[in-house]
Design a binder for this molecule. Structure first.
Ligand code: THU
Length: 131
């Protein structure tokens, strides 16, 4: 799938966002190494703190389907400055996806591609638990 198609999948998922509290809709589309795509949107709730970001919804959908090898994720929000994954998502993405490519995009067609390691340069991960 081309980056444009992955962004389109994230954009479509964003339309399903459940964001009645923030009004901030986000869509994500995670591609596996084999080329399958799992999309997600943010899902908020009345306690606020139980909210799940679009990135984690996409990832948890994929993990629950038995996927374990990922190549990239597109994240779409309606912001002039492209919206990056939050800190919690960076941690979870790192643990399950490693240094994947992250494609940020907005509704105006602006995009930027970077690696998770540039957003999350000194991660804590399972390696530390073995020491
Ligand atoms: N959100 C995401 O889904 N992904 C991001 O990358 C940033 C933030 C959601 C969480 C919450 O529902 C809303 O955006 C505002 O923080």
């Amino acid at each position: 799938m081309s980056p444009t198609e992955l962004i389109a999948a994230a954009r479509k998922a964003r339309e399903h966002a459940r964001a009645p509290f923030s009004q901030f809709k986000v869509g994500a589309a995670l591609e596996t190494a084999a080329g399958a795509v799992y999309s997600g949107c943010n899902v908020e709730n009345a306690t606020y703190g139980l909210t799940l970001c679009a990135e984690r919804v996409a990832l948890f959908k994929a993990l629950s389907e038995g996927e374990s090898c990922f190549s990239r994720i597109a994240v779409v929000a309606d912001t002039a400055t492209l919206t990056p994954p939050c800190g919690a998502c960076r941690q979870i993405l790192w643990e399950y996806c490693g240094d994947i490519e992250i494609i940020l995009a907005n509704l105006d067609g602006r995009t930027e591609t970077l690696r998770l390691s540039s957003l999350f340069p000194r991660p804590f991960d399972a390696g530390f638990l073995e020491k």
